[in-house]
Design a protein around this ligand. Sequence first.
Ligand code: FES
Ligand code: FES
Length: 151
Amino acid sequence: MKLRVNALEYLVDPPAERLLVDLLREDLHLTGTKRGCDDGSCGACTVLVDGAPQHSCLTLARLVSGRDVTTIEGVSPGRLSRLQRSLVETGGLQCGFCTPGMIIAALALLQRGTPSRDDILEAISGNFCRCTGYAKIVQAIERAAQEEGGR
Ligand code: FES
Ligand code: FES
């Protein structure tokens, strides 16, 4: 099957039971996507599929045949995106484990326009962070939203 990941085309032949998170991390070596709970609870494995956030730990790789996948590596290659800079500036990350999934979930929101605080809380409600207490993450997303697209 063919799929596009971060604007590159790949030809792969995953077994029927192969999960997207494993295809990305183990076959394509895109280890920025994290694997936390394996059951859809933590959001660490979130990627964009055709622009929509999706848990790659709950997605069979074969279901993304012909689709566009964006991982954290494809968000802003070679530089920090506005949102990434904002997270650094506000102290919105500590261990960083949740950060790729958090950024992907927030980007999907920012691409739809300027979000309210409730929109932000809703968008990251499936992403767990053990370290920051969320307030600084929300603040970072708000700051990024003040610039077009947050990217
Ligand atoms: S690893 Fe996918 S939601 Fe936690
Ligand atoms: S920064 Fe450590 S889990 Fe979020």
